[in-house]
Design a protein around this ligand. Structure first.
Ligand code: DX5
Ligand code: ZN
Length: 216
């Protein structure tokens, strides 16, 4: 089980300190949401911010790209310090080429699915990815409400992974995760849990500890 803190909910006026705080409290990944204002309705941050975060933590940087045709920027994300790069299936004309390139660059390759996207889009690439990211909100913003129908999607991916013997496939869930619903996604088969607002609202270090307790 891994916990990823989404910095989209952090206080950007002290981003370095916020990252250090959740790092020391025990999160496994720093989750970085890059949004281009086209694929999803928000504009967040890019390479300079990732480079800055890279300097203050040794935790893996889990970079979630909500941008059109991310293939164009993969090399730059690598150079900025990304360890895991997740692209949206809906944003790539050549999804297989994109994930192959991520792995060639020596990063872990993830594919994210919007709430309305079927698991079948992964059918021919299951063997070529390290991570499937199930979006439990529509991409764009932190602090949205969890969409319960994704529980079934997590279960389906978990079953496929079991049937295919993909023991190393991570199943990540992202959006609206709270201390009240985290158990339902873990029971369904998710092993990487992203949280933004529920970690950074109030006292991030205490919130991380509460999350980690629930994940034992
Ligand atoms: C949404 C992002 C999420 C978001 C999660 O587009 O991908 O990572 O920051 O934040 P919460 O946990 O607040 O929904
Ligand atoms: Zn995300």
């Amino acid at each position: 089980m891994k916990l990823a803190a989404s910095v989209l909910s952090a206080d950007f006026s002290k981003l370095g300190d916020q990252v250090k705080l959740v790092d020391q409290a025990g999160v496994d990944y720093i989750h970085i949401d890059v949004i281009d204002g086209k694929f999803a309705p928000n504009i967040t941050f890019g390479m300079p911010v990732i480079e800055a975060i890279r300097k203050v933590t040794d935790k893996p940087l889990d970079v979630h790209l909500m941008i059109e045709e991310p293939y164009r920027y993969l090399q730059e994300f690598k150079e900025a310090g990304a360890d895991i790069v997740t692209v949206h299936a809906e944003a790539c004309t050549h999804l297989h080429r994109t994930i192959t390139r991520i792995r060639e660059l020596d990063m872990k390759a993830g594919v994210a699915l919007n709430p309305a996207t079927s698991v079948s889009i992964l059918n021919y690439i299951f063997d070529d990815i390290d991570l499937a990211l199930v979006m439990s909100v529509n991409p764009g913003f932190s602090g949205q409400t969890f969409i319960p129908s994704v529980i079934d999607k997590i279960k389906r991916i978990h079953k496929i992974a079991e049937d295919k013997g993909l023991v190393n496939l991570d199943i990540e869930v992202d959006g609206g995760i709270t201390l009240s619903n985290i158990s339902s996604v873990i029971d369904a088969g998710a092993n990487v849990i992203v949280s933004g607002a529920s970690i950074f609202k109030g006292e991030p270090d205490k919130n991380v500890k509460e999350f980690l307790k629930k994940m034992k």
